[in-house]
Design a protein around this ligand. Sequence first.
Ligand SMILES: N[C@@H](CCC(=O)N[C@@H](CS)C(=O)NCC(=O)O)C(=O)O
Length: 208
Amino acid sequence: MYPLPTLFSYRRCPYAIRARLALWQAGVTVQLHEVSLRDKPAELLRLSPKGTVPVLQLPDGTVLEQSLDIMQWALAQHDPDGWLQVAPMDEMLALIARNDGPFKHLLDRYKYPERHPERSAAEWRDEAVRIHLADLDTRLQAHPCLFGAHWSLADMALLPFVRQFAQVDRVWFDATPALPALRAWLQRGLDLPLFAAVMAKPNRPAAI
Ligand SMILES: N[C@@H](CCC(=O)N[C@@H](CS)C(=O)NCC(=O)O)C(=O)O
Protein backbone atom coordinates (compact mmCIF):
# COMPACT_ATOMS: atom_id res chain seq x y z
CA MET A 1 0.00 0.00 0.00
CA TYR A 2 1.28 3.45 -0.87
CA PRO A 3 1.37 6.31 1.64
CA LEU A 4 -0.16 8.63 -0.97
CA PRO A 5 -3.33 7.97 -2.98
CA THR A 6 -2.38 6.33 -6.27
CA LEU A 7 -3.98 7.58 -9.47
CA PHE A 8 -3.96 5.46 -12.60
CA SER A 9 -4.48 7.93 -15.39
CA TYR A 10 -4.13 8.50 -19.09
CA ARG A 11 -3.14 12.00 -20.03
CA ARG A 12 -5.63 12.66 -22.85
CA CYS A 13 -8.59 10.69 -21.50
CA PRO A 14 -11.40 13.15 -20.71
CA TYR A 15 -12.50 11.12 -17.68
CA ALA A 16 -8.96 11.12 -16.32
CA ILE A 17 -8.60 14.85 -17.03
CA ARG A 18 -11.73 15.65 -15.01
CA ALA A 19 -10.44 13.55 -12.12
CA ARG A 20 -7.07 15.31 -12.19
CA LEU A 21 -8.78 18.73 -12.33
CA ALA A 22 -10.59 17.98 -9.07
CA LEU A 23 -7.59 16.34 -7.36
CA TRP A 24 -5.26 19.20 -8.31
CA GLN A 25 -7.88 21.80 -7.32
CA ALA A 26 -8.25 20.08 -3.94
CA GLY A 27 -4.50 20.06 -3.48
CA VAL A 28 -4.49 16.28 -3.08
CA THR A 29 -1.04 14.93 -3.86
CA VAL A 30 -1.16 11.62 -5.68
CA GLN A 31 1.29 9.10 -6.92
CA LEU A 32 0.52 9.37 -10.63
CA HIS A 33 0.72 6.30 -12.85
CA GLU A 34 0.38 7.19 -16.51
CA VAL A 35 -0.81 4.00 -18.18
CA SER A 36 -0.86 2.75 -21.72
CA LEU A 37 -4.42 1.73 -22.56
CA ARG A 38 -2.99 -0.93 -24.87
CA ASP A 39 -0.83 -2.45 -22.14
CA LYS A 40 -2.61 -1.88 -18.84
CA PRO A 41 -0.54 -2.59 -15.75
CA ALA A 42 -1.46 -5.72 -13.80
CA GLU A 43 -1.82 -3.60 -10.65
CA LEU A 44 -4.57 -1.52 -12.28
CA LEU A 45 -6.45 -4.63 -13.42
CA ARG A 46 -6.10 -6.19 -10.00
CA LEU A 47 -7.61 -3.11 -8.32
CA SER A 48 -10.24 -2.55 -10.98
CA PRO A 49 -10.87 -5.46 -13.35
CA LYS A 50 -13.07 -3.34 -15.63
CA GLY A 51 -9.83 -1.81 -16.85
CA THR A 52 -10.78 1.82 -17.41
CA VAL A 53 -9.00 4.91 -16.17
CA PRO A 54 -9.05 6.89 -14.00
CA VAL A 55 -8.77 4.71 -10.91
CA LEU A 56 -7.80 6.10 -7.53
CA GLN A 57 -6.61 3.92 -4.68
CA LEU A 58 -6.70 5.57 -1.27
CA PRO A 59 -4.12 4.76 1.40
CA ASP A 60 -6.79 2.80 3.35
CA GLY A 61 -7.22 0.52 0.33
CA THR A 62 -10.49 2.01 -0.92
CA VAL A 63 -10.66 1.99 -4.72
CA LEU A 64 -12.59 4.67 -6.62
CA GLU A 65 -13.08 3.58 -10.21
CA GLN A 66 -15.43 6.21 -11.60
CA SER A 67 -14.16 9.66 -12.55
CA LEU A 68 -17.11 11.40 -10.95
CA ASP A 69 -16.57 9.56 -7.66
CA ILE A 70 -12.94 10.68 -7.72
CA MET A 71 -14.00 14.30 -8.33
CA GLN A 72 -16.51 14.24 -5.50
CA TRP A 73 -14.08 12.53 -3.12
CA ALA A 74 -11.33 15.06 -3.90
CA LEU A 75 -13.59 18.07 -3.48
CA ALA A 76 -14.97 16.66 -0.25
CA GLN A 77 -11.38 16.83 1.07
CA HIS A 78 -10.95 20.46 0.04
CA ASP A 79 -13.03 22.64 -2.24
CA PRO A 80 -11.36 26.06 -2.15
CA ASP A 81 -13.61 27.69 -4.76
CA GLY A 82 -16.81 25.93 -3.75
CA TRP A 83 -17.28 23.89 -6.94
CA LEU A 84 -19.69 21.58 -5.12
CA GLN A 85 -21.81 24.48 -3.87
CA VAL A 86 -22.34 26.49 -7.06
CA ALA A 87 -25.66 24.81 -7.88
CA PRO A 88 -27.91 22.07 -6.51
CA MET A 89 -26.03 18.77 -6.84
CA ASP A 90 -28.91 17.03 -8.64
CA GLU A 91 -28.89 19.71 -11.36
CA MET A 92 -25.15 19.42 -11.86
CA LEU A 93 -25.34 15.62 -11.93
CA ALA A 94 -28.15 15.73 -14.49
CA LEU A 95 -26.01 17.77 -16.86
CA ILE A 96 -23.05 15.45 -16.29
CA ALA A 97 -25.27 12.42 -16.99
CA ARG A 98 -26.36 13.89 -20.32
CA ASN A 99 -22.69 14.51 -21.14
CA ASP A 100 -21.52 11.04 -20.13
CA GLY A 101 -24.47 9.28 -21.75
CA PRO A 102 -26.02 10.55 -24.97
CA PHE A 103 -23.38 13.18 -25.75
CA LYS A 104 -20.40 10.82 -25.26
CA HIS A 105 -22.18 8.27 -27.44
CA LEU A 106 -22.39 10.81 -30.28
CA LEU A 107 -18.89 12.16 -29.65
CA ASP A 108 -17.42 8.68 -30.16
CA ARG A 109 -19.27 8.40 -33.46
CA TYR A 110 -18.22 11.87 -34.59
CA LYS A 111 -14.58 11.01 -33.75
CA TYR A 112 -14.65 7.65 -35.52
CA PRO A 113 -17.30 7.90 -38.26
CA GLU A 114 -15.63 5.10 -40.23
CA ARG A 115 -16.68 2.71 -37.44
CA HIS A 116 -20.26 3.97 -37.60
CA PRO A 117 -21.06 4.41 -41.28
CA GLU A 118 -24.81 4.57 -40.79
CA ARG A 119 -24.42 8.35 -40.53
CA SER A 120 -21.83 10.87 -41.69
CA ALA A 121 -19.48 12.65 -39.29
CA ALA A 122 -21.40 15.89 -39.84
CA GLU A 123 -24.66 14.18 -38.92
CA TRP A 124 -23.20 12.76 -35.68
CA ARG A 125 -21.76 16.21 -34.91
CA ASP A 126 -25.01 18.06 -35.57
CA GLU A 127 -26.94 15.60 -33.41
CA ALA A 128 -24.47 16.21 -30.56
CA VAL A 129 -25.05 19.95 -30.91
CA ARG A 130 -28.81 19.45 -30.97
CA ILE A 131 -29.11 17.21 -27.91
CA HIS A 132 -26.44 18.81 -25.69
CA LEU A 133 -24.13 21.55 -26.88
CA ALA A 134 -26.81 23.99 -28.02
CA ASP A 135 -28.27 23.93 -24.52
CA LEU A 136 -24.83 24.52 -23.00
CA ASP A 137 -24.39 27.47 -25.34
CA THR A 138 -27.75 28.94 -24.30
CA ARG A 139 -26.76 28.66 -20.63
CA LEU A 140 -23.40 30.27 -21.35
CA GLN A 141 -25.00 33.18 -23.18
CA ALA A 142 -26.72 34.01 -19.90
CA HIS A 143 -23.65 33.69 -17.65
CA PRO A 144 -19.95 32.86 -18.03
CA CYS A 145 -20.11 29.39 -16.47
CA LEU A 146 -22.71 26.64 -16.74
CA PHE A 147 -24.47 27.48 -13.49
CA GLY A 148 -23.68 31.17 -13.07
CA ALA A 149 -20.62 33.30 -12.58
CA HIS A 150 -18.35 30.65 -11.10
CA TRP A 151 -16.75 27.39 -12.17
CA SER A 152 -18.53 24.36 -10.78
CA LEU A 153 -18.20 20.60 -10.59
CA ALA A 154 -20.27 20.43 -13.78
CA ASP A 155 -18.05 22.84 -15.73
CA MET A 156 -14.97 20.84 -14.82
CA ALA A 157 -16.63 17.51 -15.53
CA LEU A 158 -17.73 18.64 -19.01
CA LEU A 159 -14.76 20.74 -20.11
CA PRO A 160 -12.51 17.82 -21.22
CA PHE A 161 -15.31 16.36 -23.34
CA VAL A 162 -16.09 19.65 -25.07
CA ARG A 163 -12.34 20.01 -25.66
CA GLN A 164 -12.33 16.63 -27.35
CA PHE A 165 -15.38 17.55 -29.45
CA ALA A 166 -13.70 20.80 -30.54
CA GLN A 167 -10.52 18.96 -31.52
CA VAL A 168 -12.28 16.63 -33.96
CA ASP A 169 -12.66 19.48 -36.46
CA ARG A 170 -11.14 22.61 -35.05
CA VAL A 171 -11.84 24.65 -38.18
CA TRP A 172 -15.56 23.86 -37.98
CA PHE A 173 -15.70 24.46 -34.20
CA ASP A 174 -13.94 27.82 -34.46
CA ALA A 175 -16.24 29.00 -37.24
CA THR A 176 -19.69 27.66 -36.37
CA PRO A 177 -22.21 30.39 -35.51
CA ALA A 178 -24.07 27.82 -33.37
CA LEU A 179 -21.72 27.78 -30.38
CA PRO A 180 -20.16 31.21 -29.71
CA ALA A 181 -20.58 31.17 -25.94
CA LEU A 182 -19.43 27.57 -25.64
CA ARG A 183 -16.30 28.44 -27.63
CA ALA A 184 -15.48 31.30 -25.25
CA TRP A 185 -16.14 29.11 -22.20
CA LEU A 186 -13.89 26.35 -23.53
CA GLN A 187 -11.09 28.81 -24.19
CA ARG A 188 -11.38 30.29 -20.69
CA GLY A 189 -11.25 26.81 -19.22
CA LEU A 190 -8.24 25.75 -21.25
CA ASP A 191 -6.48 28.98 -20.27
CA LEU A 192 -6.76 28.22 -16.55
CA PRO A 193 -3.38 27.50 -14.93
CA LEU A 194 -5.11 24.50 -13.37
CA PHE A 195 -5.87 23.04 -16.78
CA ALA A 196 -2.29 23.49 -17.93
CA ALA A 197 -1.09 21.86 -14.70
CA VAL A 198 -3.16 18.71 -15.17
CA MET A 199 -2.08 18.39 -18.80
CA ALA A 200 1.65 18.64 -18.07
CA LYS A 201 3.44 15.68 -19.59
CA PRO A 202 4.49 13.31 -16.81
CA ASN A 203 7.98 11.84 -16.74
CA ARG A 204 9.01 13.69 -19.84
CA PRO A 205 12.77 13.79 -20.13
CA ALA A 206 14.06 17.35 -20.13
CA ALA A 207 14.82 18.65 -23.60
CA ILE A 208 18.51 18.87 -24.34
N1 LIG B 1 -17.25 5.60 -16.45
C1 LIG B 1 -15.81 5.68 -16.46
C2 LIG B 1 -15.32 5.73 -17.88
C3 LIG B 1 -13.80 5.78 -18.01
C4 LIG B 1 -13.32 5.42 -19.42
O1 LIG B 1 -14.11 4.93 -20.25
N2 LIG B 1 -12.04 5.67 -19.69
C5 LIG B 1 -11.48 5.22 -20.96
C6 LIG B 1 -10.36 6.11 -21.45
S1 LIG B 1 -10.93 7.73 -21.93
C7 LIG B 1 -10.84 3.86 -20.77
O2 LIG B 1 -10.14 3.65 -19.80
N3 LIG B 1 -11.09 2.94 -21.70
C8 LIG B 1 -10.53 1.60 -21.62
C9 LIG B 1 -9.78 1.23 -22.83
O3 LIG B 1 -9.67 2.05 -23.76
O4 LIG B 1 -9.26 0.11 -22.86
C10 LIG B 1 -15.36 6.87 -15.61
O5 LIG B 1 -16.15 7.82 -15.48
O6 LIG B 1 -14.27 6.87 -15.05
